[in-house]
Design a protein around this ligand. Structure first.
Ligand code: SF4
Length: 381
């Protein structure tokens, strides 16, 4: 079969999987989430087919508890506006602190403002992409009037043959000839540490922007390496809500994102093991069986990165006698060293099973933990 035939066959297969299920356009969050569990074939297949997983999760009877609350979105918007207010004064101060940029250099240009109908109008998507391209070219040419900070650039990215548009919070344009992605998040860095889940998700998202920006630079004939893998993360410091910036190296996340996107584009291998005629567009009582035909690799991280997490967790826990302890996270797996099954761990904890040689220490700890839990619950646990 020629390339066209193969492409047609794959498109047909994707259509069959999707049926009449609604589709979703990717954005930076969804692309970043791809890298959260790169080993999961189920997610790969669903994303390649462009299926709206929120709808699928509802049909499965496990609606997603995933995504930001309106309150968190509102707080994030207020924080971002504060960082960029007054021609980016606060952001300039932070960029000077962490990158050594000149705080008085150049302007902050918002590509999301100033359309054909007036200075506050929002330009269309293609117009914003064109402005982003122009800003990249001017920054690369060393034009002294090029902007120092590009606000709301818009980056095109092809994800499994579908065009996505990504919007980094900002881009520092001219720091020692390099471009830096700036990500503004309202979560706090307290005593130098941030919530690891939020930090990992922000880093993955920034890596997606770096990938898209490098693609755009290449398309414009510029050196993709001029887009730095050191991104600037702006967060709230301690409980004061005062902005603080840190530089993070996203090389590892960038490599994972690239691999994952390449795998989505080469979906043939994802389909190799799937039964012919498989579709997820079936009656609600049969959709669980259809999804279960595609192997999953559930991890606790899925809870914050994938809409199907509750279904997959339930499935992982139900398999075998009690489920694989790996579904509880790598630290639990490490602490239970050698015990692979949750049912065995629970039986050792409540004393209904005697430890095998080598399991005595873990069994003692499990019984102690069980006793403490019982005590904490006032004898009802
Ligand atoms: S929730 Fe399920 S489908 Fe999503 S990444 Fe995790 S295992 Fe894969």
């Amino acid at each position: 079969m020629g390339t066209t035939g193969t492409t047609g066959a794959i498109a047909g297969r994707l259509e069959q999987l999707r049926g009449e299920l609604p589709t979703r356009n990717h954005n930076a969050r969804t692309v970043a989430a791809l890298a959260a569990n790169p080993g999961c074939a189920r997610r790969g297949v669903l994303d390649a087919a462009g299926i709206e997983k929120t709808v699928l999760a509802e049909r499965l009877g496990f609606p997603a508890r995933y995504g930001r609350s309106p309150f968190a979105i509102g707080r994030g918007n207020v924080f971002e506006a504060r960082v960029k207010a007054d021609d980016g004064r606060e952001l300039r101060r932070l960029l000077a602190e962490v990158l050594g940029a000149d705080p008085d250099d150049g302007a902050l240009v918002d590509v999301d403002r100033g359309g054909p109908t007036g200075p506050t109008a929002r330009p269309g998507r293609e117009e914003r992409v064109a402005r982003t391209r122009e800003a990249l070219l001017r920054a690369a040419s060393g034009d002294p009037d090029a902007c120092a900070i590009l606000d709301h650039p818009l980056l095109p990215l092809d994800v499994a043959g579908r065009r996505a548009y990504l919007e980094p919070d900002a881009m520092a344009c001219r720091v020692a000839g390099r471009l830096h992605v700036v990500e503004i998040k309202s979560f706090a860095i307290i005593d130098g540490s941030a919530d690891p889940g939020k930090l990992a998700s922000a880093t993955r998202q920034a890596a997606v922007y770096v990938h898209a920006l490098r693609g755009l630079a290449e398309e414009l004939g510029l050196d993709p390496e001029s887009v730095s893998t050191d991104i600037v993360l702006v967060c709230a410091q301690d409980f004061a809500n005062r902005p603080i910036a840190v530089v993070l190296d996203v090389r590892r996340e960038l490599a994972t994102t690239r691999r994952r996107l390449a795998r989505l584009s080469g979906v043939e291998e994802l389909f190799a093991e799937l039964p012919e005629g498989l579709t997820f567009d079936v009656a609600e009582e049969r959709v669980g069986a259809a999804v279960a035909r595609v192997p999953a690799a559930y991890l606790p991280d899925c809870l914050s990165a994938c809409e199907l997490a509750l279904f997959c967790r339930d499935e992982a826990r139900a398999c075998g006698t009690g489920g694989d302890v790996g579904t509880l996270g790598t630290s639990v797996r490490g602490a239970l060293g050698g015990i692979d099954d949750i049912g065995t761990a629970l039986a050792l904890a409540d004393g209904t099973r005697a430890p095998e040689p080598g399991q005595e220490d873990v069994a003692r700890l499990l019984r102690r933990a069980q006793a403490l839990r019982h005590e904490a619950l006032g004898g009802v646990g």
